[in-house]
Structures are given as C-alpha cells and as structure tokens.
Design a protein around this ligand. Structure first.
Ligand code: FE2
Length: 284
C-alpha cells in the first residue's frame, strides 16, 4: 500500500487528499520543460479567442476536438482588440489539454508513474482508465480564476467515478492561486453537467439548485501544496482556485481517471476517437 489507513480515511471523509513529496522534483521539472517545448512549437494563429462569430466557432471546434489532441488554450485577455498577444506567448497560455497522457511520451510516463497508479489502486479504483490530462500554467498576474465546480460535471460517467490526480509542479500558495476545496462536499449532489448541445457547441444542463460554497469562504479550505505534492480530488468535490495575483507562476498538472466499467455518455463534451482507446496505468 502506498497510502496508509489514515490517508484512506481522510480521503473518504473529506473527498480530497494531499500527499506531500509524492512526486520527485526532477520529474516535475522534466514535465515543465516538455510543456515549454509544446508551447514554443505552438502557433497561436491556429486558434483564436476573438469575439466575432466565425472565430468563436473556430475556437469551439478546437476545444471540442481536444479530447484526443494536444491543444493550447489562451488566458482570457491574452490578446488586445487587434488580436495581438499582449505578453509573451509562454505566459499567455492558460492550459494544454487534453490527451497528452496518451500522445506525448514524457506526459505518458509522468501520468502513469507508480505514486499515481498506486494511489488510484489504494482508493479502490478497480479498472482505472486515464481519460483526460491538463497542464495548467496559472501564470503571474494573468492566470485566471477557475470558478467553483465538480469535475463530474465535465467528465461524467454512470455511475460517477472520475477522480482527479493533481500534481503541484511548483509551490501552490494562497498568493498564487492554490486550490480550495469543501471538506465533505463530495457527499453533495452533482449541480450540473457540461454536455454537447444538439445545436452544436456545448451547454450546461442544470441538475440541482444546491448553491456552491462561497469561494474562499468558511466552508472551504485552501490546499497549499509544495512542488511534488499529489492531490486526489473526488469527482463530486466542489473546488475552486483564485486568480494568480503574485509574480510567481503556479504550474500544475492533472490527470482525470475513470473506472472502465462505468458507462461513458455520448453527450459528454470530451469524446475520443476509436483509434485512441483509453488506457490504464500499464506502460505502453
Ligand atoms: Fe477541477
């Protein structure tokens, strides 16, 4: 067992678990270097976030196709009104998603390393399948808020099985926008689902009117995490992160894992091509 009983009890009670020093720093640094290469090779002209209709549609298509791709997404406000990047590309990217864990050897190895695989096993995931990966930059001054949400809204399965394995690649603090979570909030209902709409694009389907805990309020706790910390997040756990108001970046990587026995709906926004089937933690 990689996790002891105290940790498993905390996971079941709280719906999240932070494991300091789980991931060697050298691996974190290798992943950061690889992400920098991906961004360096990315041509911003391939995607636009501008406001005209056609460009919005192009941006939607780029997002919808990212379930089995390596795609870069910009921060809001990265471009000026004329469509020029206001800052260096490297600090204008919000995230890379959503299939690096299957398409890039460095990300593949990082996602399937023993501490993550063993944590998945120890919390009882019987047939884990790696569904989605995100590299989050949270760059100084521009890194945006991630509003309060439950990951099952975006990565729904029946029954709900998704667990997030989030790794602090750099120290995450109150100043640079660390995670916050609601202890025990994984026992609250799923508020909504993010689905493909019949008209094209995506929409939220409301399931429950239960309010969110106030972001950063007394029902939530900050999860400050040193680089190398692995944080497990239950799919129903309300969590949130603030904007980065500091001068230090807050790079993080997350891989979302579902149980292969659960059904995966066609209306989920994230769809994978049959040529790229989901894989577990076994090496390729
Ligand atoms: Fe999340």
């Amino acid at each position: 067992m990689a996790l002891d009983q105290t940790q498993i009890d905390a996971w079941e009670r709280d719906g999240f678990l932070a494991i300091p020093d789980a991931i060697p720093l050298a691996r974190c640094e290798a992943l950061m270097a690889r992400a920098a290469e991906i961004v360096d090779a990315f041509d911003p002209a391939t995607v636009s976030i501008f406001s005209t209709h056609e460009q919005t549609r192009t941006s939607d298509d780029y997002f919808m196709a990212s379930g089995d791709a390596i795609s870069c997404f910009f921060e809001e406000g990265a471009f000026d009104d004329d469509g020029n990047l206001q800052r260096d590309k490297a600090v204008s990217i919000n995230k890379i998603g959503h299939a690096m864990h299957d398409l890039d050897p460095v990300f593949d190895r990082f996602s399937r390393q023993a501490p993550i695989a063993e944590a998945a096993r120890d919390i009882g995931m019987a047939d884990p399948k790696l569904l989605q990966s995100m590299y989050i930059f949270k760059s100084p001054f521009i890194g945006g808020e991630v509003s309060c949400h439950q990951d099952s809204a975006f990565l729904y399965t029946d029954p709900m099985t998704v667990v997030g394995f989030w790794v602090a690649l750099q120290d995450a603090t109150l100043e640079n926008g660390c995670l916050w979570a609601q202890p025990g909030g994984h026992r609250t209902p799923l508020r909504k689902r993010f689905v493909r709409s019949a008209a094209g694009g995506t929409e939220f389907e409301q399931l429950s009117d239960l309010p969110w805990p106030e972001p950063g309020g007394s029902d939530m706790v900050p999860i400050e995490a040193k680089a190398g910390t692995l944080v497990l997040l239950h799919g129903l756990l309300p969590h949130w992160s603030d904007v980065n108001r500091s001068s230090r970046s807050r790079h993080a990587y997350t891989v979302h894992v579902i149980d292969g026995a659960a059904s995966y709906p066609d209306e989920n926004w994230l769809q994978r091509s049959p040529s790229l089937p989901l894989r577990g933690f076994d090496a390729a």
